[in-house]
Design a protein around this ligand. Sequence first.
Ligand code: TXA
Ligand code: MG
Length: 331
Amino acid sequence: MTDTIDTKHLYLRHGADRQVAKSLLLSGKLVAIPTETVYGLAALATNPTAIAAVFAAKQRPLDHPLIVHIGSFSQLDYWVEHVPDEAWRLINEFWPGPLTLLLRKSAKASDAITAGLDTVAVRMPALPELRQLLAELDQGVVAPSANPHKALSPTRAEHVLGSLHGRIDAVLDGGPCDVGLESTIVDLSSGSPRVLRAGPIDADALSQVLGQKVAQPVSHDVKVAGNMRAHYQPNTRLQLLGSAALRHKLSQVGSQSANWVVLHYSELEIPAGITSIKLASQKQLFARHLYDALHQADTLGADEILVEKPPKEGQWMDVWDRLTRASATDL
Ligand code: TXA
Ligand code: MG
């Protein structure tokens, strides 16, 4: 693909820049937008040509459906056939915020968005200026994460520009993302509610609000379009190691070549010559900085990124899910 577009760098905090972003979107252009989770590559959800351009810019397979992002509650009815009781309960508790609801689609949700499925994914992102912008647009935007297909998601405007500069019309810079991992996706379209993608709002929190057990996959086991074993990947090979195995590997440095970058959260002794990035042991902080650390690690020309395995429990399931996919190889 030839890089021909002069990608504008706009700022969310500047009213004039928000107006530029709005005009670009209204005229069918692609604008990367900040959200509390990760940056999204936005296009007007009512414009099939613009949606096709999103797939092309990301080199995303057409059978991977997109999330519609809305700025006001009144926009919900446009996209979905019916909002069930459970959905309202979750909306009241978690919107605006990092929760995507999968509901039965209305006739207006085109196959370009849903990949021909009879459901549509909808979410209302948290940043107030962004929400205002979305509310002013016709009916909201589609916004997959603003990265090439399968690559690491961006949590800073610089990450977006690093991979999509020249392929999109603008990035609206809102600074680093606060949450840092993609939204939780909950399927409310049939049967009992279930989590399709682990995210910042975990199954316990959802269960509590709904008063019933919400199933959450450990990883990889929900068969939906777009659920891939290998995903969220840096260009450098990534290996996940338990704390003890990582300690052992580091103790061997000297007897083998070790062009590694280490991402860890435990106190570890890092041998001289090895670059390391320390992440917080508190989950929210770990998640906030994880993609940024991986983007950083990816620029260092290492043979391998070694990541200390996070706990495999409750609140950490989204981190666990992303890291296992980041370390997976396609079979
Ligand atoms: O936090 C987020 O959700 C970010 C920000 C930008 O909002 N967006 C995001 O979009 O992560 P994307 O396209 O990278 O991931 C959306 C996931 C995909 O795995 C897709 O297959 C799934 O949502 N999805 C969307 N619509 C669906 C549908 N109708 N049925 C099943 N899965 C769906
Ligand atoms: Mg994505």
